[in-house]
Design a protein around this ligand. Structure first.
Ligand code: GDR
Length: 327
């Protein structure tokens, strides 16, 4: 039975990846941070087969202990402070967890004898590293130009992953994932913020939605598809870096069009308001990825398109909000 350790098990991707690995017959371990973590019940009910270990990306010895307990064949480093807007106000802690946390995990795998034991490592890198894009679409070789403390920290983790591969011969791969969403997305991210608000407007529970920049463009895919790309990367004989994206980009306005249309509202102009509080000090204007390498080498394809993704999220939130309102 192959064994996997996932950091960031409480997040959207951790849950989807755990489901995938359990389905593939893995023994799955999840790293949980902190004392009495409030997300423990979520993990225990969503993926009951996962064995939870405690540890913190800021604490190397806790990572070593987790590796000793889990004895993993594959390590998926999904843990991070992942909300870009938060990273300006909390640049230091974002750098320590999202950046230096990667070094700690790589170093723990190395000290654990990862290369000798054949441990394979996945780093969750991000399209935010492209920031002020130097090429359209963005591919593995595109110059990185991050625009947020979060993006800078992810660049550090990405290059450190490559460095451990090159310095120590570790099987360490970096997946440069573009935005990926689902009904499990946190409410602070724009897709879920919109899908929840649209459901509540349709049910008469809310009359307006307040957003920031409506002109930014993102390449949005379905998180369930993207964890499959992570797994495929670690099944390769040779570790490498891959862009994972749909190749299609949409603005926040397109997102609003699709979400409101799903509940029969064609003109949302009176329902959406803009507030500078949601604007970012520096914006990533246009992200669109070229996943040719992932398609050809990994045989990976995104299955869920933009309209289907938005419909899935709005439907989920309609059911959830109805249930909450009925309580
Ligand atoms: P992003 O996701 O920063 O791309 O990072 P997010 O959904 O937060 O923002 C996407 C775009 O929407 C604009 N926007 C708003 N965003 C939020 N959150 N709230 C608003 O009210 C709002 N109004 C407009 C933003 O300005 C931005 O342009 C996500 C995260 O999951 C990262 O961890 C991951 O690395 C990248 O995707 C790939």
């Amino acid at each position: 039975m192959p064994r996997a350790l996932i950091t960031g098990i409480t997040g959207q991707d951790g849950l989807y990846l755990a489901e995938l690995l359990l389905g593939e017959g893995y023994e799955v371990f999840g790293l949980l941070r902190g004392q009495n973590n409030p997300k423990r019940p979520l993990v225990e009910t969503t993926v009951p087969g996962v064995r939870l270990l405690t540890g913190d990306l800021a604490d190397l010895s806790s990572l070593l202990r987790a590796l000793q307990e889990a004895q993993p064949d594959e390590v998926y480093n999904l843990g991070a402070i992942s909300f870009v807007a938060y990273s300006w106000e909390n640049a230091r802690v974002t750098s320590e967890i999202t950046g230096l946390g990667v070094l700690n995990m790589l170093e723990a795998v190395r000290l654990h004898g990862g290369r000798e034991r054949g441990v394979r490592f996945y780093q969750a890198s991000s399209s935010e590293m492209f920031g002020k894009v130097q090429e359209v679409p963005q591919r593995e070789s595109t110059l990185l130009w991050p625009r947020s403390p979060y993006g800078v920290a992810k660049v550090y983790g990405h290059h450190m992953t490559i460095n451990y591969r090159e310095s120590y011969g570790m099987h360490a791969s970096s997946g440069i994932l573009f935005n990926h969403e689902s009904p499990r997305r946190g409410p602070e991210f724009v897709t879920r913020k919109v899908s929840t608000a649209v459901a509540r407007v349709a049910l008469g529970l809310q009359d307006r939605l307040v957003l920031g920049n409506l002109d930014a463009q993102r390449d949005w895919g379905f998180a369930g598809d993207y964890v499959d790309a992570m797994w495929r990367m670690l099944q390769q004989d040779v570790a490498d870096d891959y862009v994972v994206a749909t190749g299609r980009t949409h603005s926040i306005r397109d997102l609003l069009d699709a979400a409101f249309a799903h509940v029969g509202i064609d003109d949302w102009s009176g329902l959406v308001h803009q507030d500078p509080a949601f604007m970012r000090p520096a914006e990533v204007d246009l992200l669109v990825g070229d996943a040719t390498k992932a398609r050809t080498v990994l045989g990976w394809e995104p299955r869920v398109g933009f309209d289907e993704l938005v419909a899935m999220m709005v439907e989920h939130d309609l059911a959830e909000q109805r249930a909450l309102a009925g309580r």
